[in-house]
Ligand binder design. Structure first.
Ligand SMILES: Cc1cc2nc3c(=O)[nH]c(=O)nc-3n(C[C@H](O)[C@H](O)[C@H](O)COP(=O)(O)OP(=O)(O)OC[C@H]3O[C@@H](n4cnc5c(N)ncnc54)[C@H](O)[C@@H]3O)c2cc1C
Length: 389
């Protein structure tokens, strides 16, 4: 496949790389310990045009194609913090694409455009204490009462949720109708009845905040309904694809960076009189890992190309074939990543188990990829269905 990147992409890529290396990486350890990164990082990323590069100009973006988002995700990994990357990608590729697709002019002005400028922090509220993989089982209710909806329920695992200005929220408007009774809302967190009930302690990605949220008789005007009532599940399935695809891109870039740093470690570390990278055992192991990474990246780029064609060239919905391919890519990238990171850690010996070295953190951070945004098992379940097995 010829390179999809043009001069404009390369220019943008350099901006993101500089931001990651100079403004994120030096603080990665501090933010990891604090278990949150500063809100100003969102503003700075917005000012640099990092969030909006792949959104249309009339929505506050720069009008670029999806390859800008790919370049962004690939360079953000040089900020050395998967938690920060995740927080920023939620802002641009997880909580907001559905607003770009369905938002009215007023909703775009009130929510999407300020999010792309980094002035408002966005979160995506789908998962609940009793429903994660089985999204149609959510229990948060939005009941119509004249000109308002009254929302009651709880969400969990919400990235950026501790400090978000709004939640792109999935709730039931017709509880009897299962998947056909879900609707999307834009919920300002200043609204009475909203509260952050907990900040979750995680195994990895410490610098991103992960919240439990509650909605108690929260009244929001009808104008905050996104798209049509009871179509939310269908919208979510489209939105999920963007989330999963960017996770694949970011994952591959993170694994490549980890391999590079691991091999540099192996050139310095000696055992039995020579650098450990000079052992044939490990050389062959790394050949295999690089081959698998290339395969994961090639699959991801193939699917990005398909997605870009459907969404940015034809400006239509994502086809079932692309949904299937994105799910396949998520399975393959996540499983490959687990193998790469585990071997990289092993190659470090005892150092791999010590916090001072980067690999321990990278190893536990990447583990999320097999869970977040749809588990590997659920991806397989969807692919099998789409293949008509
Ligand atoms: C750090 C972090 C950040 C997150 N950020 C967000 C966010 O911002 N917004 C948001 O809405 N959600 C978020 N999530 C939630 C995430 O998307 C869910 O955790 C994920 O979808 C899995 O749901 P669950 O945790 O309820 O697991 P469950 O659905 O309870 O699954 C438990 C196990 O059962 C398996 N399983 C379920 N169904 C099947 C099946 N049909 N066949 C085979 N096995 C099955 C699963 O694969 C898994 O192994 C986040 C999660 C984490 C950990």
């Amino acid at each position: 496949m010829p390179s999809p990147f043009r001069e404009e992409h390369d220019h943008f890529r350099k901006t993101v790389r500089l931001f990651a290396e100079k403004e994120l990486a030096p603080f990665a350890d501090e933010w990891e310990k604090a278990e949150i990164f500063p809100n100003e990082v969102f503003k700075r990323a917005g000012d640099l045009g990092i969030f909006g590069a792949h959104y249309p100009e009339e929505q506050g973006g720069a009008g670029g194609d999806y390859w800008f988002s790919v370049a962004k995700a690939e360079e953000l990994v040089w900020g050395n913090s998967a938690g920060v990357t995740m927080g920023l990608l939620v802002q641009s590729d997880m909580a907001t694409p559905v607003i770009g697709d369905l938002g009215t002019k007023e909703q775009i002005e009130e929510f999407l455009a300020p999010a792309l400028r980094g002035e408002k922090i966005a979160s995506l509220g789908v998962s609940e204490p009793n429903a994660g993989s089985d999204v149609a089982g959510i229990e948060t209710i939005a009941k119509k009462d004249g000109d308002v909806y009254v929302i009651n329920g709880a969400k969990t695992y919400i990235t950026n949720g501790c400090r978000a200005d709004f939640v792109t929220l999935l709730a039931k408007t017709n509880p009897e109708a299962g998947a056909h009774g879900c609707s999307f809302f834009l919920v300002p967190t200043k609204t009475k009845g909203f509260s952050v009930t907990g900040k979750l302690k995680k195994v990895g990605n410490h610098s991103s905040d992960t919240a439990e949220l509650a909605f108690e008789d929260m009244r929001i005007p009808k104008r905050y309904l996104l798209g049509e009532e009871n179509q939310g599940f269908m919208y979510l399935m489209q939105n999920f694809q963007t989330e999963r695809l960017i996770a694949c891109v970011s994952g591959c870039a993170g694994f490549a960076a980890a391999l590079e740093k691991t091999i540099a470690f192996g050139r310095e570390r000696k055992a039995f009189g020579k650098p450990i990278i000079k052992r044939e055992y490990w050389q062959h192991k790394f050949v295999d890992l690089y081959s698998k990474l290339e395969a994961a990246k090639a699959l991801t780029y193939k699917v990005v190309d398909q997605y870009n064609e459907e969404r940015y060239v034809k400006k239509g919905p994502i086809s079932f074939d692309t949904v299937k391919m994105i799910s396949m890519a998520k399975i393959f990238v996540a499983e490959t990543g687990t193998e790469i990171m585990d071997q990289c850690l092993q190659f470090h010996g005892g150092a791999g188990y010590i916090e001072e070295y980067f690999i321990g953190r990278a190893w536990r951070d990447q583990r999320l990829l097999r869970i977040g945004g749809g588990t590997t098992e659920v991806m397989r379940y969807y692919v099998a269905k789409l293949m008509g097995l």
